[in-house]
Ligand binder design. Structure first.
Ligand SMILES: Nc1ncnc2c1ncn2[C@@H]1O[C@H](COP(=O)(O)OP(=O)(O)O)[C@@H](O)[C@H]1O
Ligand SMILES: [Mg+2]
Length: 255
């Protein structure tokens, strides 16, 4: 049988400059559908910038120049005709520190569907409930939906942030070091959650923790100074790296 290429995002010779700083250099990367791809590499190598280029979050920064193509399915997301609001609904983002809004738990999750035009109370109730169920938070918050989201623990707030992204019905979920502010138990919860999400969504995670990449991802791309040095199935990258620089990094010789 012919091999089916289930690629959700295809990055084709992407270059990005912040003013005269050449931050992403000729990036080529295929991101498989309904799997977890980890971006690893030392601090400052361009992981967050690459992640943000997948829903054009860098566009809002001054002095940014992007060349190359990023295809979501077959659509070039850098084409002039792309509607950025729609793009960011399809490709949602979760940040390093949970950024729960200082409003109720309910409204944190209902915010996005409201923006996208849902106003019917029962429909919103259902979206809020199913999104919270999806991230395993429903039982803990069902009886305090009107309480401030800031009353939750940091780990719960990060789950809430993921629920908020899910409420927009995305196809891709980007997570930028989502566990770096969390304790080990909450980290484990988020990793288990990512595993579940990968059956329905394409997940891309930036992590500085090689243990996390090795545990929690299906594919890994190793970056160094704006370039992708090596990419492939996580098991291969971690057990049989082809490039000496990858080997040095994963064995802890630098970074
Ligand atoms: N908003 C920005 N403005 C200018 N330069 C930036 C900005 N964000 C990141 N950079 C630069 O881009 C490079 C890559 O940064 P980043 O993508 O944050 O790396 P990583 O996430 O791997 O630590 C660094 O040299 C950093 O200084
Ligand atoms: Mg970063």
């Amino acid at each position: 049988m012919e091999h089916k290429n289930d690629c959700k995002i295809r990055i084709d010779d992407l270059n990005l400059h912040f003013a005269d700083n050449h931050v992403l250099k000729g990036i080529n990367l295929n991101i498989p559908k309904n799997a977890i791809t980890a971006l690893i590499g030392p601090s400052g190598c361009g992981k967050s910038t690459l992640l943000r280029s997948l829903n054009r979050m860098n566009d809002i920064l001054p002095d940014v120049r992007v060349e190359g193509r990023v295809f979501l399915d077959d659509e070039d997301i850098y084409a002039d005709t792309v509607d950025l609001t729609h793009l960011r609904k399809r490709v949602g983002m979760v940040f390093q520190r949970p950024v729960a809004f200082p409003i109720s738990i309910y409204e944190n999750v209902a915010a996005a569907p409201r923006v996208h035009g849902v106003s019917h109370k029962e429909t919103l109730d259902n979206i809020v409930r199913s999104s919270l169920e999806r991230v395993g938070l429903w039982n803990e918050v069902a009886n305090k939906l009107r309480k401030s989201a800031l009353s939750l623990s940091l780990g719960q707030q990060q789950q809430l942030c993921i629920a908020r992204v899910i409420a927009s019905e995305p196809e891709v979920i980007l997570l930028d070091e989502p566990c770096s502010a969390l304790d080990p138990m909450s980290t484990m919860k988020i990793e288990e959650l990512m595993r579940q999400l990968a059956s329905n969504y394409t997940v891309v995670i930036v992590t500085h923790s090689m243990q996390q990449a090795a545990r929690a991802s299906d594919y890994t791309a190793f970056m160094l100074q704006g370039e992708i040095i090596e990419q492939g199935p996580t098991a291969e990258i971690f057990t049989a790296p082809k490039d000496k620089r990858t080997e040095n990094y994963i064995t802890g010789r630098f970074g």
